[in-house]
Design a binder for this molecule. Structure first.
Ligand code: EPZ
Length: 427
């Protein structure tokens, strides 16, 4: 296993291009199970999670190849409806093959995702949606077994105790695309990655309306055909680089970004005192740029994470690192994954002053973090440790960086190109 060594007090300058959105690619790859025809997906990031999903598709009877940043999926002929524990437990997102397998094969046996470091990962909303479409669900031996002679459209309320669910919405949207009749999903998740999925499905011949709003309307069709698609830029990577620019007071231009997907983080950075300059149009990809400037004294701000368009939980740990070195007191509250605070202990080892109080963290900003050997644990918590290492005094060593490789394509190369002194060493 590798560890990442980071020289602190980095001064960063230059341009960085955002990779394709991991959380678009995963459900879109699952959606290729809905057709036997070829699908080509472009702008895919080369990540551990992408490779895990490719392995899962192959185990389900598909040919799937990643060539540079394009994934081509074709059918091998025979199909398998069992998504096994080994793969699903390494990446909870792979639970989103349930809907497509059920819709295409009328049966599915998918391992329960199990919990992970950010919290319990229940699937009650996924199963509620499958049952509403007419599936018989049996949960035993750590697996969900779903069967249906045919799926029938229905009116489904998909809101949970934490609000909408991204992948439950994805699963139901995909299953409903091949159900008989019309499905309405209320309290659907509005994340841009689900808009991407709906647009991909519509290019396959699905009839989905309302994507990006809490109410989806899906007219089931008999079959879906192959297509090609270009995935949106990764807003979480873009947001991570915006926070990187803020925390290092760097002069970084972030390219190929849809900044309209970043409104919540831009709003909080502006509230803190940063000035964000962006080129139009907001949703363009090639060449759309965003830059952050410092115009006045930066002050602490409070944040509460919420489903999109609220402040993304996937940027919570990175923003906490920024507040950890911003003089004053701020409070960060997690309304999506209330236990997603594993990074607090590691940041405190670097001299931060953060106290957890239930689903909130109270952060007293310090002047300077100090380097320390720390351990990556969750994909986004690892990004927070990289940000901390870049501003800390001294040389930080981050072990278990495979967590980072799950969601950030060539991060060390991108940082080096901006002037950071980071390199890998064997653990
Ligand atoms: C997606 O996970 C993302 N993963 C996560 O990103 C992201 O943090 C999360 O959405 C929230 O935005 C992918 O897209 C692959 P949820 P998902 O269902 O769909 C509760 C990353 O770093 N819930 O929207 O699994 C759940 O416990 C990853 O890229 C139920 O109660 O998240 C949570 O509290 C980490 N019942 C809340 O809803 C259910 O049936 C939101 O979870 C499902 C979820």
């Amino acid at each position: 296993m590798d560890k990442l060594i980071i020289e602190g007090k980095a001064r960063l300058k230059g341009e960085v291009s955002v990779s394709g959105a991991k959380n678009s690619v995963l459900p879109i790859l699952a959606a290729t199970l809905l057709t036997d025809e070829e699908c080509r997906i472009e702008n895919c990031p080369n990540l551990r999670d992408t490779h895990t999903m490719i392995k899962l598709l192959r185990s389900l009877g598909k040919n799937a190849e990643l060539n540079k940043n394009t994934i081509t999926v074709t059918s091998k002929g025979k199909t398998n409806y069992i998504a096994d524990y080994k793969l699903v437990s390494t990446m909870r997102g792979s639970f989103c093959v349930l809907g497509p397998l059920l819709a295409k094969l009328k049966m599915a046996r998918v391992s329960l995702p199990g919990g992970c470091i950010i919290g319990v990962r229940p699937v009650d909303l996924h199963l509620k949606g499958m049952r509403a479409l007419g599936a018989k669900i049996n949960v035993q031996g750590g697996y969900v077994e779903a069967k249906a002679n045919s799926l029938k459209g229905n009116h489904i309320y998909l809101g949970g105790i934490f609000g909408s669910s991204v992948l439950a919405t994805a699963n139901v949207m995909m299953a409903a695309s091949l159900a008989k009749g019309k499905t309405t999903i209320e309290s659907a998740a509005c994340e841009p990655e689900l808009v991407d999925l709906a647009n991909f499905l519509n290019k396959m011949g699905a009839k989905i309306k309302g994507q990006g709003s809490p109410k989806l309307e899906i007219e089931g069709v008999k079959e879906l055909h192959g297509t090609e698609y270009n995935v949106i830029p990764d807003r979480i990577e873009a947001g991570t680089f915006l926070i990187l620019s803020a925390i290092t007071r760097g002069d970084i231009t972030i390219k190929d970004v849809c900044w309209e997907h970043l409104s919540a983080i831009i709003d909080k950075l502006e509230e803190a005192g940063f000035v964000i300059e962006k080129t139009d149009p907001p949703d363009c990809r090639a060449g759309c740029k965003i830059q952050l400037r410092v115009k006045r004294k930066i002050n602490p701000v409070n944040v509460t994470t919420l489903p999109y368009p609220g402040f993304p939980t996937d940027l919570q740990s990175q923003f906490m690192t920024l507040m950890a070195v911003t003089p004053g007191v701020s409070v960060i509250t997690e309304k999506v994954f209330p236990d997603r605070f594993i990074h607090i202990a590691e940041l405190n080892r670097m001299g931060a002053k953060i106290m957890r109080e239930g689903a909130s963290a109270i952060i007293e900003g310090v002047k300077q973090l100090s380097a320390a050997p720390v351990m990556a644990s969750d994909l986004r918590a690892s990004a927070a440790l990289v940000l901390a290492g870049l501003v800390a005094k001294g040389r930080t060593e981050i072990s278990r960086i495979y967590h980072l490789e799950r969601g950030y394509e060539n991060l060390d190369e991108k940082l080096t190109n901006l002037g950071a002194r980071v390199w890998r060493e064997k653990e």
